[in-house]
Ligand binder design. Structure first.
Ligand code: SF4
Length: 361
C-alpha cells in the first residue's frame, strides 16, 4: 500500500511539529512555507516565557527534527488554492505547481497587529515608541535601543492590549499571551538595565498559563517592576529625546503623566492573510471564521468542516494561543489526521472487497 501524504501549509511552530509527528508515524509530509526559511514568529524571539528558555535553541532543535526522510520542505511557496480531486486534496502554489495529498493541515499562523493604527500612541512617528517584536530584536542584538546607551537608568513603559480587546479597531478578542510576554520582556530589560524604572500599563492581567503567575510575582518582588491598572490615552514628544505619556491609574483614581525613554506596545495577534475569509481561493474548503480566525467544527477537533473531510487546522490560525499550546495542538492534530487516514484506508478496502465480490459473480 502506498504511503499516505499530508500537505501542511505553514512551517511555523505548528506546521513543524505536526510534520515531525506525522513523519514519525510513517506518513509523508510536504511542508510549505511562504518565507525563505521555516520557523515563523519563533525565529524573532529571544527567550520564551515562563522559563526564559532560549528561543534559538528550541528553533534549531525543531528544524533539525524536520530533516527526516518523510518530510519535504518547500520554502518561498505561497499557496493559492486548495481543491478536492478524486478523494484527494490538491494545493497550488503561486508558481502554478500542484501538490496532491490525502489530507491537508492549515497552519498559517497569525499576524501581529499593525501599531500605526493606534495613532494616539505615535508608533512610527516617535522613535522611542516600539513594538514588542522590535524589543525582541533588541534583545537579540539585531537592532539598537531607542535611547542613548549612556543612559544608565532608562525609564520604560509597556502598554498591554494594543490591538486586542479593542472595539475601536474591531479586535475584540484577547491575544492571550501579551500579558505574560510584557512581564517576560520587562524582566529581561531589567536584567540588562538593573537601574531602569519599568511600568506596565494594563486593563486586566491574564496570567492563565503554568508558571505565568509566578513570573508576574517575580517581576514585582525581584525586579521591582510596577504594574499600573489603566489605559494610556496618548503619547507625545517630550524634551530630551523622550516621549510623554498620559494615563489614568484606575486603582488609585488619579491621572498620571510620565516622560519615558522607551514605550513598548504589546501588539496583539490578528488573523494571518493567507486563507482569510476574503480569500477567493478556498471555494472548495469552506471553513467557518470567527473574527477572521478559522473555527473548527467544535472545540475538541481540528477538522475544519464536515463537508470537507481531510482538511484540518492547527495552531494560531484558529486564534491566539501560547507556543506551548500551539505545539500540543499540532501534535494532537497529527493524531486526528492519522485517524482520518486510517478510516479512509478502511473505506477504500471495503469498496475494493465489494468490487472484487461483484467481479467474482
Ligand atoms: S493577554 Fe493581556 S495584554 Fe494581551 S490582550 Fe489579553 S489582557 Fe490584553
Amino acid at each position: 500500500m502506498q504511503q499516505p501524504t499530508v500537505n501542511i501549509i505553514g512551517a511555523g511552530p505548528a506546521g513543524l511539529n505536526a510534520a515531525i509527528s506525522l513523519a514519525k508515524l510513517e506518513i509523508k509530509v510536504n511542508l510549505f512555507e511562504k518565507q525563505d526559511k521555516p520557523g515563523g514568529h519563533l525565529s524573532h524571539w529571544h527567550s520564551l516565557f515562563p522559563n526564559m528558555y532560549d528561543a534559538k535553541t528550541l528553533l534549531k532543535s525543531t528544524i533539525n527534527n524536520i530533516k527526516h526522510p518523510n518530510i519535504k520542505l518547500y520554502t518561498s511557496k505561497n499557496i493559492k488554492q486548495i481543491k478536492r480531486q478524486n478523494n484527494q486534496w490538491t494545493i497550488s502554489s503561486d508558481q502554478n505547481q500542484e501538490y496532491t495529498s490525502d489530507a491537508v493541515i492549515i497552519t498559517s499562523g497569525f499576524n501581529l497587529f499593525d501599531a500605526t493604527k493606534k495613532e494616539e500612541y505615535g508608533y512610527g512617528i516617535y522613535p522611542q515608541v516600539i513594538t514588542s517584536l522590535e524589543l525582541e530584536q533588541m534583545f537579540n542584538k539585531r537592532s539598537k535601543w531607542p535611547f542613548s546607551e549612556e543612559i544608565e537608568a532608562p525609564k520604560a513603559g509597556f502598554v498591554h492590549c494594543v490591538g486586542s480587546r479593542d472595539t475601536k479597531c474591531g479586535n475584540n478578542w484577547c491575544s492571550k499571551v501579551c500579558c505574560v510576554k510584557a512581564v517576560k520582556q520587562a524582566i529581561e530589560f531589567k536584567k540588562l538595565f538593573p537601574k531602569a524604572e519599568v511600568n506596565c500599563f494594563y486593563m486586566d492581567l491574564r496570567m492563565f498559563g503554568k508558571g505565568y503567575e509566578e513570573l508576574y510575582m517575580k517581576a514585582q518582588v525581584d525586579y521591582n517592576i510596577q504594574f499600573v491598572r489603566g489605559r494610556l490615552s496618548e503619547a507625545s514628544p517630550a524634551n530630551g529625546n523622550k516621549v510623554n505619556i498620559k494615563a489614568e491609574d484606575t486603582l488609585m483614581n488619579r491621572p498620571l503623566k510620565q516622560n519615558l525613554d522607551m514605550l513598548v506596545l504589546m501588539v496583539g495577534m490578528t488573523p494571518a492573510i493567507l486563507l482569510n475569509k476574503q480569500s477567493e481561493h478556498i471555494d472548495f474548503v469552506k471553513p467557518k471564521f470567527q473574527q477572521g480566525f478559522i473555527t473548527p467544527v467544535d472545540n475538541y477537533q481540528s477538522i475544519i468542516s464536515q463537508d470537507t473531510p481531510g482538511v484540518f487546522a492547527a495552531g494560531t490560525c484558529k486564534g491566539p494561543a501560547s507556543l506551548i499550546d500551539v505545539i500540543q495542538d499540532a501534535k494532537a492534530t497529527a493524531f486526528e489526521v492519522l485517524e482520518y487516514l486510517k478510516k479512509e484506508k478502511e473505506k477504500k478496502a471495503e469498496i475494493l472487497e465489494k468490487f472484487n465480490m461483484i467481479c467474482a459473480h
